[in-house]
Design a protein around this ligand. Structure first.
Ligand code: HEM
Length: 503
């Protein structure tokens, strides 16, 4: 049985660790001042916690405020972790293009180590041969354009079901968040494991599992206090929920293997889900890359983690902005109605003719990137960024949210004006560093095509079928757009609407 350390032991450990940390810090400072290196500007910090107290409840906003005082590249200490914060498109370009190879790894975190099978996944695997092989499998076999197209029916069916829920709600107030959550969950689950999450134990496990990514782990910032995460029960909870998800995925994989061995598969490509595909790749000895079941499970958890919350959050912000901006909503409805020519639903074949829809989606992601600080990177060698020295081992955060609202880059940056994307050439390839909601470079998001296909079809159908208003006569301008930082940046308050059929 685990024993809880006495108060005196804790005090002693804290005190001796504090002396140790101050010693190391002084050594570090004198080492770099001896080398006469030019570190980026850094605000005053507190002992032990460094600048952690400056992050606030919405770190992207606090970091933006700090960057106004200290410039587009700052060096913060999150606990004892030196962290470079980049807040301009130039700095982002130097990190994710010019020196991409030096920043192609992710920082270590003990809690992620538990949640992600010791980094057998793609998103947090350190840069190296394993990551490279996995990335190539994911890009070419799971999330390629052809593969995304092959899931067209899944998107059409699930969006049809969501539209049905809106229809049922007509005449009363509906909270759109659960509708978007289950749309995202069901699409992601159907394509990755071959079944929906609806009503399954999986929804519960998944929710708990995904929230573990948002839990504050003391050890991630102050490694010598890692024991606090054990004593507080955080690590235990991470192990427990990972075990539950693991048991579930183990069963799902077994079912897939059995289905194959009994020949109970219709051989139809469209019916193949990600587990089927990964089992095939696993058997293929010509690739020269062998991986076990843990890799398959870890990859599926990445797909859950990357696909579900990002998708539903994004849909929430898109609909919020459309409701807040009736001019844009009307213009979009006009475009979609013209393309639809009286048909009852919008299909994927219609989407290429809807340039304004595409602009609306990009504009919403400019103002509300679901991951405003992207995912952290780490410098694996000493690099110079914007003239400053960035020592190897420095963690890097890129404030994509701030860059998307930079008045040097965007006219009237706070206004929702999709028209700006009709005249610029910004696309999803990550070549334009003023708009990087999916990151850029080697570690950029491989799920872009997958997500955009859902956004376009979902928004086109909702906007085509319904007029949306805020309940209780609330004016569209008064819609509260407050944010809540979590796995992604969500709306703080639910989006409650009344939907009225347009036809
Ligand atoms: C609105 C939707 C999404 C947004 C905004 C988003 C955003 C991001 C961002 C910012 C990164 C880090 C990029 C960087 O470090 O430069 C990332 C990485 C990643 N995303 Fe997405 N993502 C979305 C949807 C998806 C989907 C649907 C999937 C999978 C089906 C996915 C899977 C991943 C994976 C596996 C990585 C890690 C890639 C690597 O480290 O090599 N994402 N995403």
């Amino acid at each position: 049985m685990e024993t809880i350390p006495s108060f005196q032991t804790i005090l002693f450990t804290l005190f001796s660790s504090l002396i140790f940390i101050i010693y190391i810090r002084n050594k570090w400072i004198s080492y770099y001042s001896n080398k006469n290196i030019n570190l980026p500007p850094s605000p005053n910090r507190l002992p032990i916690i460094g600048h952690l107290h400056k992050l606030g409840s919405n770190p992207h906003r606090s970091l933006e405020a700090l960057s106004r005082q200290h410039g587009p590249v700052m060096l913060l200490h999150l606990g004892s972790i030196p962290t470079l914060v980049a807040s301009s498109s130039e700095a982002a370009e130097q990190i994710m293009k010019t020196h991409d190879i030096s920043f192609a790894s992710r920082p270590y975190s003990a809690i992620l180590d538990i949640l992600l099978y010791g980094f057998k996944d793609l998103a947090f695997a350190p840069n190296g041969e394993y990551w490279r092989q996995l990335r190539s499998i994911v890009a070419s076999q799971l999330l390629s354009s052809a593969q995304v197209k092959s899931f067209k029916n899944v998107r059409q069916e699930e969006i049809g079901l969501m539209i049905g829920m809106f229809e049922k709600s007509c005449g009363s107030v509906v909270d759109v968040t659960p509708l978007f959550d289950s749309l995202a969950e069901n699409i992601v689950c159907r394509v990755s494991i071959g079944r929906t999450c609806d009503g399954l134990v999986l929804t519960k496990i998944l929710r708990k599992y995904l929230t573990m990514f948002t839990r504050l782990s003391v050890g991630s910032y102050i490694p010598w206090l890692s024991w606090v995460d054990r004593v507080s029960g955080l690590m235990g909870q991470a192990e427990e929920v990972t075990k539950k998800l693991d048991e579930f995925l183990e069963d799902v994989i077994k079912e897939h293997v059995n289905k194959k061995s009994t020949g109970d598969s219709d051989g139809n490509d469209e019916a193949k889900d990600f587990i089927d595909i990964l089992l095939n790749v696993q058997k293929d000895k010509t690739t020269g890359f062998s991986f076990g079941t843990n890799t398959i499970k870890a990859l599926i958890t990445d797909i859950f983690g990357g696909g579900i919350d990002n998708t539903s959050t994004n849909l929430e912000w898109m609909l919020s902005e459309l409701i807040r901006n009736p001019r844009v909503m009307k213009k979009l409805q006009k475009e979609i109605t013209e393309v639809a020519q009286g048909r009852s639903i919008i299909t994927e074949e219609d989407l290429d003719k809807m340039q304004y829809l595409k602009a609306v989606i990009k504009e919403s992601m400019r103002l509300h990137p679901p991951l405003p600080l992207l995912l952290p990177r780490i410098a694996t060698q000493d690099v110079k960024i914007m003239g400053y020295d960035v020592p190897s081992g420095t963690q890097v955060l890129v404030n994509a949210w701030k860059i998307g609202r930079d008045s040097r880059l965007w006219e009237e940056p706070k206004e929702f004006k999709p028209e700006r994307f009709l005249t610029n050439s910004i696309n999803y390839k990550g070549h334009h560093f003023e708009w990087i909601p999916f990151g850029a470079g080697r570690r950029s998001c491989p799920g872009v095509l997958f997500s955009v296909a859902i956004f376009e079809l979902a928004i086109a159908n909702i906007v085509y079928k319904f007029d949306m208003a805020l309940p209780n006569g609330v004016n569209h301008e008064d819609l509260d757009m407050s944010e809540k930082f979590g796995i992604t940046v969500h709306r703080k308050f639910p989006l409650l609407v009344t939907a009225t059929p347009r036809f």
